[in-house]
Write a new protein. Structure first.
Length: 103
């Protein structure tokens, strides 16, 4: 994980960040970039779809789905999952899972 400076770089490498093109006063925002590893992107989205309904990521996905739609919610939740994976591989444990077990 030392290849990436932070979780945002990992998400960008996996192609789960939205396009952002800017020139002077014109800004174009678009769909996800789909640059990088197709396998990592597929695995993250698949994991979000198959995640138990009691998990925090699933709750976040449902909250975003109510506002933005199903597809956008899946990608946003996959980004959150990749962020947890980044910290888990870097630190050796996943903090969000430790809190769920304590409750």
């Amino acid at each position: 994980m030392h290849r990436f400076a932070d979780p945002a770089h990992l998400c960008s490498w996996a192609g789960l960040t939205p396009k952002h093109r800017e020139s002077d006063t014109t800004v174009h925002r678009g769909h996800i970039t789909k640059q990088g590893s197709k396998l990592v992107r597929w695995a993250a989205v698949e994991a979000v779809q198959r995640h138990p309904t009691t998990a925090k990521i699933s709750a976040d996905k449902d909250r975003i789905e109510a506002r933005r739609g199903k597809s956008i919610a899946k990608v946003a939740a996959a980004r959150k999952l990749l962020t947890l994976v980044y910290y888990g591989l870097r630190d050796g444990h996943i903090r969000a899972l430790a809190r769920d077990r304590a409750a």
